[in-house]
Design a protein around this ligand. Sequence first.
Ligand SMILES: Cc1cc2nc3c(=O)[nH]c(=O)nc-3n(C[C@H](O)[C@H](O)[C@H](O)COP(=O)(O)O)c2cc1C
Length: 216
Amino acid sequence: MKRISMIALCPVLIFILFSQTFAQELKPIQLPKPQVDGGRPLMQVLKDRSSSREFNSEKLPLQVLSNLLWAASGVNRPESGRRTAPTAANWQEIDIYLAMAEGLYLYNAKSHMLNPVLSEDIRALTGRQPFVKDAALNLIYVADFSRVGRGTNEEKDFFSAADTGFIAQNVYLFCASEGLATVVRANIDRPTLAKTMKLGPDQRITLSQTVGYPKK
Ligand SMILES: Cc1cc2nc3c(=O)[nH]c(=O)nc-3n(C[C@H](O)[C@H](O)[C@H](O)COP(=O)(O)O)c2cc1C
């Protein structure tokens, strides 16, 4: 009797193992073209810009992710590769990682793609506040000091912090325009997050920013 139930269970166990293995494999995502002719008037968006800490976990559609990342730091002048946010000496040293339920991705602005980094849900590690684990998306801004041409580490910290600020404000404005909730955050356990993200010695987490639909 026991043997029969084991035999009957076998396909079920194989299915569970198989589906878990494949569920964990992330693939690169080509984002749709950003919709650059939308958005509300700038002065109204500035009037509405604010931090919010109440999110629901509804996923952001791919088109919204595309528009958000382009607004954040996408290429707006393809002939020169320059971006929607300024960077000191055009070093473009800030990378945007995306922590979502399905895993961690890195935004490639040039190809407007999301490249897989980790097939783990690390949202809870992106900040010390409870809402980070439930929101659809936590952006993690990471400076790559190897792209900063000159200066002491203190100067590199300054440039990276300033350059992150411009990106974060672009995200704030996009969210205000689209009715999304967002808050930029410095309260992060950086060593633990950097280790989980497997960052290299030249990489520094500057800030994180939660984005999602507001809790109703
Ligand atoms: C550099 C920086 C770090 C911040 N860190 C956090 C944070 O860790 N957690 C948080 O809830 N808000 C954080 N904020 C959001 C501020 O608390 C918020 O901007 C401020 O209270 C003003 O509110 P407002 O954005 O709605 O105008 C941070 C803002 C900045 C600019």
